[in-house]
Design a protein around this ligand. Structure first.
Ligand SMILES: [Zn+2]
Length: 231
């Protein structure tokens, strides 16, 4: 008798749980990643380049990636994609991945929510137009995002991709400092932040030429962000 009551109680509890699960509102919860380790036996990292394409530096970076047979992810600015569509064609033709970094790259804290929303959607449209693919990775300018952006990313199916290693190439430090920054902070699953559009005298290509062999010698494999997530 006791056993039967217990079973009935359990069945009732399960039904209530099911009803709760079905009727609960779905809260916005986009995936936000900083670093990702999967089941791969190899140590893997994802190189990411923001703000391009740039007519001078993106081709230089692509040449270096090709030389070492390395794939990367480019978080592009929509207005630059429109200005240099041939470079984006090359990025994709060489096996790299492209993500959304907004259309204008506004300073996130300086614009209203609806302006930023429009800017994210606009970059998505431009990328679809020029690549034929709907982007699913989004990196917020300066890494700043709020609930509104999270909600939008959830609705649009974007994963918010942050980083775990900031090379600080954007501050134009010495090349050795960029390399040291990577060497001291890189781990399995790291997402490394670099830039292919940072104005004059970019240190990024020269630093990249040292970072790739340095990490390969330490046993790291380079993958796109999507492949990092698959693992
Ligand atoms: Zn940026």
């Amino acid at each position: 008798m006791r056993g039967t009551l217990k079973k009935r109680f359990l069945a009732l509890a399960l039904s209530l749980l099911t009803i709760c699960a079905l009727t609960m509102p779905v809260f916005a919860s986009p995936k936000i990643i900083y670093r990702h380790t999967g089941s791969s036996e190899k140590k893997r990292v994802a190189l990411t380049f923001d703000d391009g394409p740039h007519p001078r530096y993106t081709p230089q970076i692509l040449d270096i990636l090709a030389e070492y047979g390395v794939e990367a992810t480019f978080f592009t600015v929509g207005s630059n994609v429109e200005a240099y569509p041939k470079i984006i064609e090359r990025v994709l033709a060489e096996g790299h991945e492209v993500g959304n970094h907004t259309y204008h790259h506004y300073h996130t804290t300086n614009v209203k929510g609806e302006v930023l929303t429009k800017d994210i959607l606009e970059c998505g449209h431009i990328l679809k137009k020029h690549t034929g693919q709907v982007p699913h990775l989004f990196r917020p300018p300066e890494g700043v995002f709020n609930e509104e952006i999270k909600q939008l990313c959830e609705e649009q199916g974007y994963i918010i991709v942050m980083w775990s290693v900031d090379t600080r190439d954007w501050a134009h430090p010495a090349i050795e400092d960029i390399c040291k920054n990577v060497r001291e902070n890189v781990r399995d699953g790291s997402i490394i932040l670099m830039h292919d559009f940072i104005g004059k005298n970019s240190p990024t290509p020269a630093a990249l030429r040292r970072i790739i062999p340095m990490l390969q010698e330490s046993g790291f494999e380079f993958v796109t962000v999507s492949r990092l997530l698959e693992g």
